[in-house]
Ligand binder design. Structure first.
Ligand code: G4P
Length: 528
């Protein structure tokens, strides 16, 4: 095996999704702990007051206690090089999540055992399904009183519509949580609470142990035998191909906070998931071990570190090797360049990367040339990866700056935040940014916009909500001036001067289509 092939075979790149508070951050921290990437004494409890989770960067996230932007972390474990992409849990950021999932090869879905599938999990799950990637479920907080495990599986199957296959099975929950039964080895991993330290005390118990009853809580042995019969008889069989197509989710029970079941989960996860797979570009599939470098930008973030006033483009490497001194070709910009200040995130630290391989995520300094979805390749290559679609925003506000003297900062801030994909900006066709309409997928993004303009660009804005609810890209070749539109429909343009229509109701969309036979509309924009 060549060094490149070997490096790639050891790589796993996954996103972690959950409803807020299900334990995504805690699980991420525990995984990093196993990789030795961070050293935490004691448990993460109390982090909201004492210390913030390693993947929360922005001030607003800290204030609100939610993950607004996604972050990327890398760690090593057992010879593997693992990239975790954290995703915002809040529903208003599902577009950011979608882009992050474009960079991932699989997803871990964290579910709170006392709550089952929650609203936001549904939305995020839908996004995973769009990508057909393997989804591995971690049912967390078994150390608290939990729903019946069969009900939890039913919930996942009924609400999310994916088949489940439990890989382990919990013995009790809350104070009586004794551990998990591993279905493959047919052994019980019994734990002793350890207050969140890395090394959990685990005792292996065998099903035919004559003293089993006395080692478990009352009734657990009989209940386990009944459950095993039911699972073996009526449950879905583990089918790796179905898992890899995203049609069956392996389910693990555990408790991230107390470290029950985290390491066995990680070990199995590494076996179930694949190394990076080929990626579709134009008409061809690009193999990860190709002899050229290729990557695409899935996230841009400005001012991650206020002290540096920088802007970082995150790219997912799809093939070959990245070397920090090499020259690359930016396909959409049609120019050669060196990627400057390449870095990877190791927990809280940014580290300069010298070499990275297909599957890895690197952040590079962006002088303002990259857009989401852009392709970067070795000099000599010219293909582009399929673009990342832009979702139709659902909320629209008119935005202008309070102090007209600050026009420059206003335009700069608005453009930069739009290039990051956090907001979309529209204007009247053939006019500049006099009156800007901002469209967002989730309303919280308006708050983020206001906050960031004030804090990063020193501009105060006035936002006036508009009654528009729907936006459609005009995809046919029609002159917008000749369109017959209802009085409540407005023509706008995006920054590429593509024309779009804003509507107050679905009724007006139908009206426009009926009165303009040559008009075709689309509810997402594509970057190409
Ligand atoms: P998130 O990133 O998905 O939003 O969740 P996060 O890890 O921040 O966890 C949310 C809360 O749940 C945290 O409590 C965390 O300690 C707790 N938690 C996570 N995993 C487990 C688990 O396995 N068992 C138990 N019992 N608790 C768990 P917190 O920071 O104290 O905040 P809060 O409890 O005041 O909300």
């Amino acid at each position: 095996m060549s060094n490149l092939t070997e490096q790639i075979s050891k790589r796993r790149t996954f996103a972690i999704i959950s409803h807020p508070d299900a334990g995504k951050t805690t699980l991420t921290e525990k995984l990093l702990l196993y990789g030795g990437a961070i050293n935490l004494a004691g448990s993460v409890k109390g982090k909201k007051t004492a210390r913030h989770a390693v993947s929360d960067w922005m001030e607003i996230e800290k204030q609100r206690g939610i993950s607004v932007t996604s972050s990327v972390l890398q760690f090593r474990y057992d010879g593997y090089c693992i990239n975790i992409l954290d995703t915002p849990g809040h529903q208003d950021f599902s577009e950011d999540t979608y882009r992050t999932l474009m960079a991932a090869d699989s997803a871990v879905m964290v579910i709170d055992a006392s709550k089952g599938v929650e609203n936001q999990t549904k939305k995020l799950f839908k996004v995973c399904v769009m990508r057909h990637i393997p989804i591995i479920t971690f049912i967390n907080k078994m150390d608290r009183d939990a729903m019946n495990p069969f009900d939890l599986l039913d919930d996942i199957e009924n609400v999310l519509g994916i088949n489940t296959c439990p890989m382990n099975w919990p013995l009790g929950s809350g104070k009586e949580f004794k551990g998990v039964y591993d279905r493959q080895s047919r052994q019980i991993l019994s734990y002793t609470a350890n207050n969140g330290q890395r090394e959990v005390e685990t005792e292996v118990l065998l099903l035919d142990d004559p003293d089993l009853d006395s080692k478990l809580f009352y009734g657990q042995r009989d209940a386990l035998f009944d459950d095993i019969d039911l699972l073996d008889g009526a449950g879905n069989e583990f089918d790796l191909d179905m898992v890899r197509r995203g049609e069956l989710t392996p389910v693990f029970f555990g408790s991230a906070l107390t470290n029950f079941g985290v390491e066995p989960f990680l070990r199995d996860f590494l076996q179930i998931t694949t190394p990076p797979l080929p990626r579709e570009a134009n008409e061809e599939a690009i193999e990860p071990d190709a002899d050229f470098f290729s990557a695409f930008v899935f996230k841009i973030q400005a001012n991650m570190n206020r002290a540096h006033r920088d802007r970082v483009a995150f790219m997912r490497i799809c093939s070959g090797v990245f070397d920090k001194n090499m020259e690359v070709y930016h396909v959409q910009g049609n120019r050669r360049m060196k990627l400057s200040q390449p870095q990877q995130m190791m927990a809280q630290e940014r580290e300069v990367v010298d070499t990275a391989y297909a599957g890895d995520i690197i952040g590079v300094f962006d002088p303002g040339v990259f857009s989401i979805g852009d392709t970067i390749v070795s000099v000599g290559q010219k293909f582009a990866f399929r673009g990342i679609p832009t979702f139709a925003p659902e909320h629209f506000s008119l935005v202008r700056q309070k102090d007209t003297m600050k026009r420059k900062q206003f335009v700069k801030g608005m453009n930069q935040i739009a290039q990051e994909g956090a907001i979309q900006i529209f204007h009247e066709p053939e006019s500049g940014m006099e009156e800007v309409i901002v469209g967002v997928v989730g309303e919280l993004q308006f708050d983020v916009l206001q906050y960031r303009l004030e804090n990063e660009y020193n501009v105060e804005i006035i936002m006036t909500p508009t009654p528009y609810q729907f936006i459609r890209w005009i995809t046919s070749d029609v002159d917008y001036k000749s369109l017959d539109l209802a009085s409540d429909t407005k023509v706008v343009a995006d920054f590429k001067e593509n024309k779009l229509l804003l509507f107050r109701s679905e009724w007006s969309i139908d009206w426009a289509l009926e009165h303009n036979r040559e008009l075709t509309l689309q509810d997402f924009g594509t970057a190409e």
